[in-house]
Design a protein around this ligand. Structure first.
Ligand SMILES: [Zn+2]
Length: 679
C-alpha cells in the first residue's frame, strides 16, 4: 500500500491516446484525423443513471463541437454504443471497436448525441495498482475521467455538465461545481459543471454520509463511509486551513468546491477540486496532515495550472516543496533539515543507472522516480528560493499562477516567471539542475591556519571533481569567540577560500545544514534504524532483569529484525563491528551506554516521552540501535508502531504514539575539518 501516491490528473494517459492509431471508424475519414488546434473545446451535456451494486450504467452524452471536420474519440471497452445521432439524425453504428472517427459534414457547429450502456467492471479483489481503472461495487463506484467513460476526444480538454441519478441510499460526486442536488424517496440526483475547459469529469459514488461546511464562499464536503463520519469535522477543518494557506501564498483557490471522498481501494488520488482516499487510510494521522495538504495543493499545481507533460512534470516536486516540506519547516529548522537529509540519503541509495534528469520525470512509477521527481525536485526549489531570495521566489510563484491558471504550463514558463520575479537570467540554474542526472560531489582539499596581523587566516580548497555546477555554498567557521557563517560561490572544480578571524578557529564545516543537493560521501550518511535491523550479523542485547521486560524485548526484537534475532551480551561486541540492538529500561540505559563509551545523543529532542529508539555509531563506525522504555508495558506498546520507522534515526513515543522522529544531521564526514591543531 502506498497511501500517499497520487495521480494528480490524467493528461499523461490522454497524451498517450493522441499518439495512438485510431483503429476503428464509424464513418471513414480521409484526412485531418484530429481536431484543428483552433477549434473550441467540445461541450458535453451528460446524464448518468447508475446502479452501484450491479455496476449497471446508462449514459446520455450530447457533445457540441465546432470548427472540426471530424470527431475522433475513444471509449472504455466495457461501454456499448446504443445509438449515435448527428444533429438529431440517427447514424448507423457499424463498429464494435473502442476508438472511432466520426466524419462531420462541415466545420460548423454540430451536436453529436450518444446513448451508452454498460457494466462497470466489478472491483472484486483488485489491488491499488489497478486503481487507474474504473471499478464498481456496493461500497463504491470509481469512474476516473481519463478512463473514457464518456467519448473522449484527442484534445483531452472539454467543457461539461454532468447530472447523476442513483438509488436514494447512495451519493454521487463528480469533479466540477455542484450546481443542483435533489433527494426523493426513490433516488438521489446531483449535477456538476465546470466553468473552464479542462480534463473530462471523474465520477465517484457510494453509500456515503455527506458532511458540508461553507468557508469564504467555498463549499467543502466529506463523502465518507459510515465508520468515518466521526472524522469529517477534523478533515473539513484541515482542508479549510490548507486552502486558506495556499490562497494566501499563491492566489485564489481555482474552484468552487473541495471534497474529500473515501475510497474502497487503498489509494490517495488527486483530481480537480477533490481527493479520493482509501477508507483504511483516512483514520491515519499523516493523512489529514501531510497527505491532505499535498492533495489540496494539487488544486493549484497540477490541476489549476496543468502540466505540459512533453517537457517534464514540475508539479510533484513543487507540491512536495510547498506542502510536505513547508509543514516540516513549520515545526522548525531541525525538522526541515531532517527532511532534506532524508532526501539526500535516499538519493545516495539510488543506483546511478536508475538516476535520470528531472526533465525526464513524468509520474511516479516506482520508488526511484519518487526520489527524483518528488524529492530531488523539491530540493531544487529549496535551492532556488535560496538563490533568488524568499520574496522573489514567492513573487515568481504568484506570477506563474496568475499567468497560467486554467492552462497548461511547461518548465520554460516557470523559468520565465522566476526570471521576471528575480530580475535576472536563471537559465544556468534550470539547465544544471533539470537537464542532467546526478548531483555535485563535494570534498575538501588542502587547508591551513596561520597567524596574521589581524588574527588567524584559514585557507581551504573546495573540490568538485566534475565541474559545471554553480551554487552558493554555506560554510560554518567556528572560532573560540563564536561561529561565523559565510556563503561562497562555487562554480569550478577548485575553489580556494580564505577567512581571517580575530579568534582562533576551531573547526570548519561546509554545508553544515545540508542546503545543497549533492551526492553524499559514504562517511556522511547518518545511521538509521534499518542499518541495524536489516543487517543479518547484528546481535541483540537485553539489559534488564525484569522477566516481563525481557519477554517484551524478545518479542520486539523478533518484530524489528529482518532476520531471526541473535541474543548475546555486550562482551560479544569486543573487537567486532557487528551492529547492535540494545533494549534497556530507562533506569539502566546509562550504565549500558557507558560500557560502550557512548552517551545519549545530544541531538535527541527534549519531547516528553515514555519510550523511544535512537541510533548511534560506535568508535569503529558500527551502528547501534538503542530502544528504551520505562517498563514492560511501555516496551510492549512499541511492538506495532516501531517497525514502521526504519528510515528514521530516532523516534520517541508517549503512550504508544510517536511524538517525535527524525534523521540525525549528516555526520561530519569529509566536509568537516577540525582546525584545533592546524596552527
Ligand atoms: Zn502529488
Amino acid at each position: 500500500m502506498n497511501p500517499s501516491s497520487c495521480w494528480p490528473n490524467s493528461r499523461k494517459a490522454l497524451n498517450k491516446f493522441v499518439t495512438a492509431i485510431l483503429a476503428a471508424v464509424l464513418c471513414c475519414a480521409s484526412s485531418g484525423l484530429f481536431a484543428q488546434a483552433s477549434s473550441p473545446p467540445a461541450e458535453h451535456a451528460i446524464e448518468v443513471s447508475l446502479t452501484p451494486a450491479s455496476g449497471q450504467i446508462e449514459i446520455s452524452d450530447k457533445v457540441r463541437v465546432e470548427g472540426r471536420k471530424n470527431y475522433a474519440f475513444r471509449l472504455a471497452p466495457w461501454l456499448n454504443i446504443e445509438s449515435v445521432a448527428l444533429d438529431d439524425r440517427q447514424l448507423e453504428v457499424t463498429s464494435l471497436g473502442h476508438e472511432y472517427v466520426l466524419a462531420l459534414p462541415d466545420s460548423q457547429q454540430h451536436v453529436i448525441g450518444f446513448t451508452l450502456r454498460g457494466r462497470i467492471p466489478s472491483r472484486g479483489n483488485q489491488q491499488s495498482s489497478t486503481a487507474m481503472h474504473s471499478s464498481s461495487g456496493g461500497d463504491g463506484v470509481y469512474l476516473p475521467g481519463y478512463d473514457a467513460w464518456i467519448p473522449q476526444d484527442d484534445t483531452g480538454t472539454i467543457r461539461y455538465r454532468v447530472s447523476v441519478k442513483l438509488p436514494a441510499d447512495q451519493r454521487a460526486v463528480a469533479t466540477g461545481k455542484l450546481v443542483a442536488e435533489q433527494v426523493t424517496d426513490e433516488q438521489y440526483q446531483a449535477t456538476f459543471e465546470v466553468a473552464h475547459p479542462g480534463e473530462p469529469p471523474s465520477l465517484f459514488a457510494g453509500p456515503y454520509q455527506v458532511k458540508e461546511r461553507r468557508s469564504q464562499g467555498l463549499r467543502l464536503r466529506t463523502y465518507f463511509h459510515a465508520e468515518l463520519t466521526g472524522l469529517a469535522d477534523v478533515y473539513l477543518d484541515a482542508a479549510d486551513t490548507y486552502i486558506q494557506r495556499y490562497q494566501a501564498e499563491i492566489g485564489a483557490y481555482p474552484y468552487a468546491d473541495f471534497h474529500i471522498i473515501s475510497a474502497p481501494l487503498p489509494v490517495g488520488l488527486g483530481f480537480p477540486n477533490l481527493t479520493y482516499v482509501g477508507r483504511q487510510v483516512i483514520p491515519l494521522p499523516f493523512m489529514r496532515t501531510r497527505s491532505l495538504a499535498h492533495e489540496v495543493l494539487h488544486n493549484w499545481w497540477g490541476n489549476g495550472v496543468a502540466v505540459d507533460y512533453a517537457g517534464g512534470n514540475w508539479a510533484e516536486g513543487l507540491t512536495t516543496y510547498m506542502a510536505d516540506y513547508a509543514l516540516a519547516r513549520d515545526k522548525g529548522e531541525v525538522a526541515a533539515r531532517s527532511m532534506r537529509v532524508k532526501w539526500l540519503r535516499d538519493f545516495a541509495a539510488l543506483p546511478e543507472q536508475r538516476d535520470q534528469p528531472l526533465i525526464a520525470f513524468r509520474s511516479k512509477q516506482h520508488q526511484a522516480s519518487q526520489v527524483i521527481g518528488y524529492n530531488k525536485l523539491a530540493f531544487v526549489f529549496h535551492m532556488l528560493a535560496d538563490e533568488i531570495g524568499q520574496p522573489a521566489f514567492a513573487d515568481g510563484l504568484r506570477r506563474f499562477w496568475s499567468r497560467y491558471v486554467y492552462q497548461q504550463a511547461a518548465w520554460a514558463d516557470m523559468q520565465n516567471a522566476f526570471e521576471q520575479a528575480a530580475g535576472r537570467d536563471l537559465d544556468w540554474f534550470f539547465r544544471q539542475w533539470l537537464q542532467h542526472s546526478g548531483a555535485p560531489r563535494l570534498s575538501l582539499g588542502a587547508y591551513s591556519v596561520e597567524l596574521v596581523e589581524a588574527g588567524y587566516r584559514t585557507r581551504i580548497e573546495i573540490l568538485q571533481p566534475v565541474s559545471g555546477y554553480r551554487f552558493k555554498l554555506p560554510v560554518l567557521l567556528a572560532t573560540d569567540e563564536g561561529d561565523q557563517r559565510h556563503e561562497i560561490i562555487v562554480d569550478s572544480t577548485l575553489t580556494r577560500v580564505e577567512f581571517v578571524t580575530p579568534a582562533k578557529p576551531r573547526y570548519l564545516h561546509v554545508d553544515p545544514d545540508s542546503d545543497i543537493f549533492r551526492r553524499l560521501q559514504q562517511d556522511e550518511t547518518p545511521p538509521i534504524l534499518r542499518d541495524v535491523t536489516l543487517n543479518p550479523s547484528a546481535i541483540t542485547v537485553i539489559a534488564s532483569t525484569d522477566a516481563g521486560f525481557v519477554a517484551a524485548a524478545r518479542n520486539l526484537a523478533a518484530r524489528l529484525m529482518d532476520v531471526e534475532p541473535r541474543f548475546d551480551t555486550l562482551s560479544a561486541l569486543e573487537n567486532s563491528t557487528r551492529p547492535l540492538l540494545l533494549i534497556a529500561t530507562t533506569d539502566n540505559i546509562a550504565g549500558q551506554l557507558a560500557k560502550l563509551r557512548l552517551e545519549r545523543s545530544p541531538e535527541l529532542p527534549d519531547t516528553v516521552h515514555s519510550a523511544g529508539a535512537w541510533t548511534a555509531r560506535r568508535a569503529n563506525a558500527a551502528p547501534i540501535l538503542v530502544v528504551v522504555a520505562r517498563n514492560a508495558a511501555e516496551l510492549q506498546s512499541l511492538l506495532r508502531p516501531l517497525p514502521h520507522y526504519g528510515g528514521q534515526s530516532y523516534v520517541l513515543f508517549a503512550a504508544g504514539q510517536a511524538v517525535s522522529r527524525g534523521i540525525w544531521p549528516l555526520d561530519r564526514g569529509s566536509l568537516y575539518i577540525d582546525l584545533q591543531d592546524s596552527l
